[in-house]
Design a protein around this ligand. Structure first.
Ligand SMILES: NC(=O)c1ccc[n+]([C@@H]2O[C@H](COP(=O)([O-])OP(=O)(O)OC[C@H]3O[C@@H](n4cnc5c(N)ncnc54)[C@H](OP(=O)(O)O)[C@@H]3O)[C@@H](O)[C@H]2O)c1
Length: 278
């Protein structure tokens, strides 16, 4: 059973979901991608993260195919590209995503990263979309503390439910300032690229922990992230064995000793750098 998290604006969402970046790009892979998402849904996943950017809209269409007939059990996340994110462009972009996703509502709609349009315009459009029932909750992605502070001062800023960021054991910078800032205001963290896009570094502390539990190193990393307060994890997996392993990691419990070993193997940086992005 996948636990839920509750964030600002009353947004209740699953703590684990499947990502779709780099899906929808190659028609010859589409059948496998649809099958991977369907397998995830069969195994209890209810959150899917996508974006208008992924495969230039093709990922959203692939998601529509995968979720056909089960929309009502799902929590769908999509994102508007910054160059579309003025007041009218955001509405148009959301309507395009709704059409491609084959649904009448997006559960959580994010600004993919910060662009040139004033945040007030994007948030005004998000609130229009929410009033019209086209989105249920909204949030941002790749926002650092200074961006979050600016956002909080804009009308609707207090209703930002999540900030989706690059966060994994090898990239713990957000723990210094951004995550405490978000936690204090009820803003959830969606950890993207939790497996470092398949290029996980494997220090002995990770290898030992995985061996101790008889699981893979990737599963340990997902369990470590899932054990953190206010964090939602969205790995991407196309291979069926990866989908199964990632979902099984939801049930993996790390103890204090595991956490200490892992946090020693992947130390917190001792300086405040800019937010890293994919
Ligand atoms: N907001 C943003 O700017 C942003 C940026 C990046 C990503 N995202 C979101 O976050 C999602 C996840 O991030 P990501 O796609 O960058 O990378 P990721 O989830 O860190 O890594 C995906 C890679 O890990 C492999 N993998 C998955 N499960 C595995 C397992 N149990 N054992 C071994 N390998 C495994 C996958 O292989 P296979 O596919 O071959 O199974 C794939 O190569 C994206 O899909 C997207 O939805 C958002």
């Amino acid at each position: 059973m996948i636990p839920t998290r509750q964030f600002a604006a009353g947004c209740v969402m699953p703590a684990f979901g499947l990502g779709t970046w780099r899906m929808g790009e190659d028609p010859t892979r589409r059948r496998d991608e649809v099958a991977a998402l369907r397998l995830g849904l069969d195994l209890g996943v209810t959150l899917i993260d996508t974006a208008e950017m992924y495969g230039d809209g093709q990922a959203e269409e692939m998601v529509a195919e995968a979720v056909a007939g089960r929309r009502d059990q799902l929590f769908l996340v999509s994102k508007v590209l910054p160059h579309n994110a003025d007041r009218t462009g955001t509405i148009r972009a959301a309507e395009g995503s709704l059409r491609r996703l084959g649904t009448d509502r997006i559960d959580l709609y994010l600004l993919h990263w910060r662009g040139r349009f004033p945040l007030a315009e994007t948030l005004a459009a998000f609130m229009d979309l929410r009033r019209q029932g086209k989105i249920r909750f909204f949030g941002v992605s790749n926002f650092d503390v200074n961006d979050m502070e600016e956002l909080a001062a804009v009308a609707g800023g207090g209703d930002v439910a999540v900030n989706q960021i690059l966060y994994n054991p090898a990239c713990r910078g957000p723990e210094r300032r951004l995550m405490p800032w978000c936690r204090r205001r009820g803003v959830g963290i969606m950890a993207y690229s939790p497996l470092e896009q398949g290029r996980l570094s494997r220090p002995p502390g990770l290898v030992d922990t995985a061996a101790r539990h008889g699981v893979s190193q990737e599963q340990v990393v997902l369990a470590w992230l899932l054990g953190r307060d206010g964090v939602v994890v969205i790995p991407k997996a196309t291979r069926a064995d990866h989908v199964r392993a990632d979902i099984a990691a939801v049930g993996l419990r790390l103890d204090e000793e595991d956490r200490r070993r892992l946090e020693k193997a992947f130390p917190l940086p001792d300086f405040d750098g800019p937010l890293a992005t994919a």
